[in-house]
Design a protein around this ligand. Structure first.
Ligand code: NAD
Ligand code: IPM
Ligand code: MN
Length: 361
């Protein structure tokens, strides 16, 4: 039987709540394959003890795993630019996981805050550039702490980086029934980086005549997500633009606790792919056991899909959808009173009711 080695990084705050829920569900669907888990307690608590967010050789230690499942990083006691750059961004950049895929869909039984829109109207998937752009981390501060202080934060857009993410988005759009691609630009103001983005897009359009392409300025695209969500299918955007748009996507789904994501390199194995909820460590609710585990469970399903276990991945999603459709068990962010554990237990009950079909022989 095939065994997948999964590195667990629950991290901080509600990461410690939602990852156990996702692991429980993963164990329940591991029948025709096995999962072995190793937990790494890297995060802000580790930082307080050691002065770093993860060991120097952290990437080496993760390298041999088949996938990484991460909860959330960040705690009010550690500056975010340290905690996130030393851990999450280090993994994304270090393993060159250049695609960050983020579905935005309405689950059965859950109403979008756009009351007139339903599951048919909101079915987008975001392709986020994940290894350069506004997040490259280049810059500096000059005359620090003085009234004349200057801070510079550079963006780096490479032709190779832009082309590979746009190409991935075109290929994804081509495989979906609607074959539509929206790109987020801002070339009216960002006259170098986003002009390069537009030019590479323009060149690729000719290679994919079957894909209907629209290039929107990112501000207008944000508005379009509210006014005409049904017009959006695959959306491709730079690192920062997609970061912002996908929290809006989570809000359209009904809660940030629903938005899942996959980080990977589709071209070659530069390191294990990373699966995580889009949300953060939610210090405002952390420790109360009421965080919504749906995004983490959905991310676990994306992980199994990516590992080549579509049957088990689909079982998880069906289990989730049955629970949301019934509507009895909901966490407070969705207007319910249930805890994280109660929600996960309900998903487990659903999975037990629908055992895996016997293996084809
Ligand atoms: P956040 O996503 O943690 O929280 C924003 C709001 O959404 C809060 O009101 C929170 O209670 C709610 N929320 C988020 N996830 C939820 C869930 N699963 N169930 C119920 N409610 C949920 O964003 P923030 O407050 O801006 O950031 C908090 C910390 O998390 C910061 O340190 C930030 O840098 C970090 N962060 C980490 C990641 C990550 O590790 N992937 C992502 C985003 C933010
Ligand atoms: C996300 C998060 C991260 C990002 C932060 C925590 C660095 O917001 O995954 O969306 O901006 O990429
Ligand atoms: Mn974000």
């Amino acid at each position: 039987m095939r065994t997948y080695r999964i590195a667990l990084l629950p991290g901080d705050g509600i990461g410690q709540e939602v990852i156990p829920a996702a692991v429980e569900v993963l164990k329940a669907v591991a029948q025709e394959f096995a999962l072995s888990f190793q937990t790494f307690e890297w995060g802000c608590e580790y930082y307080r003890r050691t002065g770093t967010m993860m060991p120097e050789d952290g990437l080496e230690r993760l390298k041999g795993f088949d996938a990484i499942l991460l909860g959330a990083i960040g705690h009010p006691t550690v500056p975010d630019h340290i905690s996130l750059r030393q851990l999450l961004l280090r993994i994304r950049f270090g393993f060159d996981l250049y695609v960050n895929l983020r579905p935005v869909e309405i689950l059965p039984g859950l109403a979008s805050p756009l009351r007139t829109k339903s599951a048919e109207d909101i079915r987008m998937i975001f392709v986020r550039e994940n290894t350069e752009g506004e997040y490259c981390g280049l810059g500096g501060r000059f005359k620090a702490g003085t009234p004349d202080e200057v801070a510079i934060q550079q963006s780096v857009f490479t032709r190779k980086g832009v082309e590979r993410i746009l190409r991935y988005a075109f290929e994804l759009a081509r495989r979906r029934p609607r074959k539509r691609l929206a790109s987020a630009t801002k070339s009216n103001a960002l006259n170098y980086t986003m002009v390069l983005w537009d030019e590479v897009l323009g060149a690729l359009v000719r290679e994919y005549p079957d894909v209907a392409v629209a290039n929107y300025h990112v501000d207008a695209l944000a508005a379009r997500m509210i006014t005409h969500p049904e017009s959006l299918d695959v959306v491709v955007a730079s690192n920062l633009f997609a970061d912002i748009l996908t929290d809006l996507g989570g809000a359209l789904q009904g809660s940030l606790g629903l938005a899942a994501s996959a980080n990977f390199n589709p071209a070659h194995r530069s390191g294990p792919p990373l699966f995580e909820p889009v949300h953060g460590s939610a210090p405002d609710i952390a420790g109360r056991g009421i965080s919504n585990p749906i995004a983490a469970i959905w991310a676990a399903s994306m992980m199994l899909e990516h590992l080549g276990e579509p049957g088990a991945a689909a079982r998880i999603l069906t289990g989730l959808k049955t629970v949301t459709a019934e509507g009895r068990v909901r966490t407070p962010d969705l207007g319910g009173k249930s805890t994280t554990e109660e929600f996960a237990a309900e998903v487990m009950t659903q999975l037990a009711r629908r055992p895996a079909p016997p293996p084809a022989s």
